[in-house]
Design a protein around this ligand. Structure first.
Ligand SMILES: Nc1ncnc2c1ncn2[C@@H]1O[C@H](COP(=O)(O)OP(=O)(O)OP(=O)(O)O)[C@@H](O)[C@H]1O
Ligand SMILES: [Mg+2]
Length: 640
C-alpha cells in the first residue's frame, strides 16, 4: 500500500492482504507460549468488524454540548469522511470513536463490543493518527518504528517485530526513508510515518484526524487514495478532513454542524440531492448559520436511528497479552538514551554544563577550599560559597536536564499510553536515565571543584570516604532536581512555559536552600523550605563538609548541617523522600491526563481504584453518563 500511489481508487486489493499477519487488519496477536506470535481471529470473525456509533454525545460539566446524538455505521472495507466547519466537533468525534475520550451519551460498538467499556481489550485493534505528529522527530523512521513495535507488540519476538516494521515501511512506501530522521521528512512523509506506527498492531479500525492538512493538492489526493486502499484491505477507516476535493473516494460522509450536530450522514454521492446544493461554501455557511435547522432537517430525512441489535453483540473481547513492565522500562530507557544522544545541541549543552559550573565555582576567591577558614582572613566565606555553588549547580543541572522533557513529547506519550504503555514504566525509565545522566554530570562538576579547591577536610560522617560522600550527596541532589524538572514539565501546558518555570525553580532553590539567605528558625519560611530539594541537598553537603566548623563567620547554626551521621542520613532521607513524592505526583498527573477525569461524587474513589490498578497496563474507563470537566477534556488538544 502506498499513500503516494496514483489514485487508482478501485484497484484490486494489493499486498496488504497478503501481508504478514502481524500487520493485518482482521487478526490480532495473542499471548504466545513460545517465541512465536499466535494469531486469534478478530472479534468480528472472518468477515471483519463493523463500527456502530449510536447516539454519541459529549456534554461538559458546564452544560456545553460538544457533540450530540451522532449515529452512523461503517462496514469493514469502508472509508468514512468526517467533515464540517471548524470547531464543529470533528476531532472530538474522532477521539470518542477511537476511545481516547469517553462519551457522556451513546455508545461506540466495534465488532459487537462496546469500545469504551472494553477498551483495554480492544485498544490494539484501534489506530488513531492525531493531527499532531506522534513520532519522535530526533529518531530515524526505522528506529521510531522499532521502539514502537517493542512497546506495541510485546509478545512478538525481535524477528517478528523487525518483520512488522519492514512490512509497514513497505506498505507505506517509506523503505527508502527508513534511515532518515523524522524531522528531515516532508510533511506527507511524516504523516505516513505516523500512520505506519498505527499499522504496526494491525488495527481493524483506523481513524485519522486531518492527515492532509498542510499538504499540496497532489499529496492530498495521494493521501486520500492511500486511505482508500487502507480501507480496501478490510479496515474500517475514518478520516477527518477539511479538504473536500477528493471526497468522492469515500463511501460515506458524516457532516457535522457546530455543536457536533449531524447535518448529513450518508453516501457521498447523495449529499447534493439531500442538502439541495453541491457548493461546499454554501453548505458550510448554511449549517454554520443555523446548526439546529440543519440537524432537524437531517432527522426529518433520516428518521430515528435504530440501536445496534443486541444479537450482534458477543461476549467480552479477549484481552491482549499483559504488558511486561520491566520490558517497557528497558525499551523506553533505551529510546531515551538515544533521544538524548540524537539531539546534538542539547547533548553538547548537557556535556558542557558541568564544566562551566565547575569553572565558575573555581572563581570563588581564596585557597582554603573546604578547609577551616580563618575568620579574620579574606577567604572567610570561601567554604560556604563553594558548598552553595556546588549544591545550586547540582540543582540547576538536574532541573535543566529534564524540564522540557514531558511537555515536549506529551502527545506521543498519550498515544503510547492509549495502546498500552504503562505510565509507571514510562516514568521509571525516564527517572533512571536522567538520574544516571545527572550523576555523570555531577561527577564532572565534583572532580573539577575538588581538583581546583581540594576535597572535604573534616572526614566523612556516613560512608567512610569524604570525597565519595560529597559526590553521593551532590549526585542525589541533582537526581532529585531532575525529578523536580520532570514534575514541572508534567504540569507545563506548553514549551513556552519552560523557561519561566526554570528561572523560578532555580531562584526558589537559591533562596530556600538556606546557604545564602537564612531560613533556619524563621517560622513559615523554614517550613516552606522543607518542600525544596535544594534545602536538603545543601544541608547534606554542609553536613559532610562540616560547614559549622569550616565557616566560622557563618551566623546561621542549623542542626540539619551538623557533622554527624544521623543528621546527614536525615538530610539524605528527606531529599530522597521528596524525590519519591515528586515522582508520585508526576505519575498522578500523567495518569489523570490519560483518563477523562470527572469531579463528580465517587470520582475520588474511582481514581484511587484506578491508581491501584496502574501496574496492570489496562486503561480504566469512565462510565458513560458522567459529565466531563472542562480543561481536562481533550488532553491532546490541551497539550498542543
Ligand atoms: N479541552 C477542551 N475543553 C473544552 N472544550 C474544548 C476543548 N477542546 C476543544 N473544545 C471545544 O470543542 C469544540 C469542538 O472542538 P473540535 O476540536 O472537535 O473541533 P473540530 O471540528 O475538530 O475543529 P477544527 O476543524 O478546527 O479542528 C470546539 O468548540 C472547541 O472549542
Ligand atoms: Mg479538529
Amino acid at each position: 500500500m502506498n499513500l503516494l500511489t496514483p489514485p487508482d481508487l478501485h484497484a484490486p486489493l494489493d499486498a496488504v492482504e497478503q501481508a504478514d499477519p502481524i500487520v493485518r487488519g482482521p487478526e490480532k496477536p495473542v499471548e504466545a507460549q513460545d517465541d512465536s506470535v499466535q494469531l486469534a481471529p478478530a472479534p468480528g470473525g472472518a468477515g471483519g468488524d463493523s463500527l456502530e456509533v449510536h447516539g454519541l454525545g459529549l456534554t461538559l460539566a458546564d452544560g456545553r454540548r460538544l457533540l450530540s446524538d451522532v449515529s452512523f455505521s461503517a462496514r469493514p472495507g469502508s472509508l468514512t469522511a468526517i467533515i464540517g466547519p471548524s470547531g464543529a466537533g470533528k476531532s472530538t468525534l474522532a477521539k470518542l470513536v477511537a476511545g481516547a475520550l469517553t462519551p457522556t451519551a451513546g455508545e461506540v460498538c466495534f465488532g459487537g463490543h462496546d469500545l469504551h467499556t472494553e477498551y483495554p481489550a480492544l485498544r490494539h485493534r484501534v489506530g488513531l493518527v492525531p493531527q499532531d505528529d506522534v513520532v519522535h522527530h530526533q529518531l530515524t523512521v526505522a528506529a521510531a518504528l522499532r521502539y514502537a513495535a517493542e512497546l506495541r507488540l510485546p509478545q512478538a519476538s525481535a524477528q517478528q517485530q523487525d518483520a512488522a516494521v519492514t512490512r509497514v515501511l513497505e506498505e507505506l512506501e517509506l523503505t527508502g526513508h527508513a534511515h532518515t530522521r523524522v524531522d528531515r521528512l516532508s510533511g506527507g512523509q511524516r504523516k505516513r510515518a505516523s500512520v505506519a506506527m498505527e499499522l504496526l498492531t494491525g488495527p481493524a479500525l483506523l481513524i485519522l484526524d486531518e492527515p492532509t492538512t498542510g499538504l499540496d493538492p497532489a499529496l492530498d489526493r495521494q493521501v486520500m487514495a492511500g486511505l482508500r486502499r487502507l480501507a480496501d484491505a478490510g479496515r474500517v477507516v475514518l478520516v477527518v478532513t477539511h479538504c473536500l476535493t477528493y471526497l468522492d473516494v469515500c463511501d460515506q460522509v458524516v457532516f457535522l454542524a457546530p455543536g457536533g450536530k449531524t447535518a448529513y450522514c450518508g453516501p457521498t454521492h447523495q449529499i447534493g440531492a439531500d442538502l439541495g446544493s453541491t457548493d461546499w461554501a454554501d453548505l458550510f455557511a448554511d449549517v454554520a448559520a443555523d446548526p439546529d435547522a440543519a440537524h432537524h432537517a437531517f432527522l426529518t430525512r433520516r428518521g430515528p436511528h435504530t440501536r445496534p441489535p443486541r444479537s450482534s453483540r458477543r461476549g467480552s473481547a479477549p484481552r491482549p497479552a499483559r504488558c511486561r513492565l520491566a520490558r517497557q522500562v528497558r525499551t523506553v530507557a533505551r529510546r531515551q538514551v538515544r533521544l538524548i544522544a540524537a539531539d546534538r545541541g542539547y547533548f553538547c549543552f548537557l556535556a558542557v554544563l558541568p564544566f562551566v559550573l565547575g569553572a565558575l565555582t573555581l572563581l570563588v576567591p581564596g585557597h582554603v577550599g573546604l578547609g577551616i577558614a580563618n575568620p579574620r582572613g579574606a577567604d572567610a566565606d570561601e567554604p560556604v560559597q563553594i558548598v552553595f555553588l556546588l549544591s545550586i549547580g547540582a540543582v540547576f543541572m538536574g532541573t535543566a536536564l529534564t524540564i522540557r522533557d514531558l511537555v515536549g513529547e506529551r502527545s506521543i506519550f498519550r498515544r503510547e499510553q492509549a495502546v498500552g504503555l504503562s505510565a509507571i514504566a514510562y516514568l521509571c525509565a525516564k527517572i533512571a536515565v536522567y538520574a544516571l545522566t545527572a550523576a555523570a554530570q555531577t561527577a564532572v562538576l565534583t572532580t573539577i571543584v575538588v581538583l581546583g579547591k581540594g576535597a572535604p577536610t573534616r572526614g566523612a560522617v556516613a560512608v567512610g570516604n569524604p570525597l565519595l560522600e560529597l559526590y553521593l550527596t551532590l549526585a542525589a541532589t541533582a537526581a532529585v532536581a531532575a525529578v523536580m524538572g520532570l514534575a514541572l514539565s508534567a504540569v507545563a501546558k506548553s514549551q513556552d512555559q519552560i523557561l519561566p518555570m526554570l528561572v523560578i525553580s532555580v531562584m526558589l532553590s537559591i533562596v530556600f536552600c538556606g546557604g545564602m539567605i537564612p531560613v533556619t528558625g524563621r517560622p513559615g519560611l523554614d517550613q516552606l523550605s522543607w518542600a525544596i530539594p535544594a534545602r536538603w541537598g545543601f544541608a547534606a553537603t554542609a553536613s559532610t563538609a562540616d560547614l559549622h566548623t569550616i565557616a566560622p563567620l557563618l551566623q546561621t547554626k542549623d542542626t540539619l548541617w551538623s557533622h554527624h551521621n544521623g543528621w546527614w542520613l536525615l538530610d539524605m532521607t528527606a531529599l530522597i523522600l521528596l524525590g519519591a513524592i515528586l515522582a508520585g505526583c508526576i505519575h498522578w498527573r500523567i495518569r489523570l491526563g490519560a483518563m477523562s477525569p470527572t469531579r463528580t461524587p465517587g470520582t475520588a474513589r474511582r481514581w484511587t481504584r484506578q491508581l491501584w490498578a496502574h501496574h496492570r497496563c489496562d486503561r480504566p474507563r469512565r462510565r458513560v453518563g458522567t459529565p466531563v470537566v472542562v480543561g481536562h477534556l481533550l488532553p491532546t488538544n490541551a497539550s498542543a
